[in-house]
Structure formats: structure tokens, C-alpha cells
Design a binder for this molecule. Sequence first.
Ligand SMILES: [Fe+2]
Ligand SMILES: [Fe+2]
Length: 186
Amino acid sequence: MYSTECLIFEHDNIVRMLNVIRHACCGILEGAEINDADFRNMIDFVRNYADKHHHGKEEKILFPEMVSKLGPVAETLITHGMLVEHDLGRSHILGLETALNEYKENKTTEHKLDILTEAMAYAHLLQIHIEKENSVVFTFAERQLGEDVFSEIDKRCKDFEKAAEEAGTQKHYLDMLSRLEAKYTV
Ligand SMILES: [Fe+2]
Ligand SMILES: [Fe+2]
């Protein structure tokens, strides 16, 4: 299906960013200074590509169809699972931003620890979240939602992608990802 293929492609890109975050954290443990601008870019990518752009399609297009058409299993999987994890991710990113702000004011080891803790908590959460969506949630949707429902989901995802492309969203964030990847993971 176009929609799930698109979401899985985005998962691959998000995992690449999780890898950047992990390497940046390892660098700090090995004595590197915290690069505030790079961490702000990681937050920007997470908020606008992983959350607004990617979770936007899940939360506005795919998940509501699953919840309304697939009964209590979807309710448990989506409403009490995936959506809770999206919110938890947002709170770790807010925690990371707060820790960066505090570290900027006062460069203590404790604030540095908060940066590492929130960044790695987010990376760990999203890694597991993405594995669950790829292996359970999307396959469940593909098996259970009818072809007509999926063709409507696909159409709405295509329109969403097209509007974002016109705004330059994908290119902007994938370029940012490549720059950070070249710096941190090679
Ligand atoms: Fe998700
Ligand atoms: Fe996802």
C-alpha cells in the first residue's frame, strides 16, 4: 500500500536520526562538548519531520480509520498504545529542550546528565515504537482494512505528501539528516 510504504520509508529516516542522537550522546560521554546548535536541529527534525509530518499522517489519516473500523483490538493498540507513546516522545523532547536551556545557563554535570537521559529515552522509545508499527500495527491494518478504505487512506496520504513537498518539508529535513549523519555517524 502506498500509505504504509511511505510511513515505513519515514521510519527508516527517523531511525537514521535516532542513530545520530545515539552517536552524539556517546561523543559527550567520551568528552566532547555539547553542540547546542546540532541538538536544536535534532529537536527540529523530531518535532517537524518525525512528529508533525510522520505522526501527522498516522494520527490524522491511518489511525482514526483503524480505531473506527477495527474494534477493541485497534482501540488497545492505537489509543492506549501508539498514541500514548507519541505523547511520551513529545515529553522527552520537551525535557531535552529544557535540559539544553538549563545547560546553556549553567554548565553543570547534572544538566549534562539530563540532556543524555532525555535524548536516549526518546531514541530508545522511538526505536521500539517503530519496530511495533512496522511488524504489528501496519500489518494488522493491511490485513483487516478493506481495499476501498485503504485506497482512501492512500489518496489522503498522497495529498498530504504533495502539500508537504510544495512547502519543501521532506527535502529540508532529509538534507539536515544527511548533514548530521555525515558529522556524527561516519
Ligand atoms: Fe507512531
Ligand atoms: Fe510511525
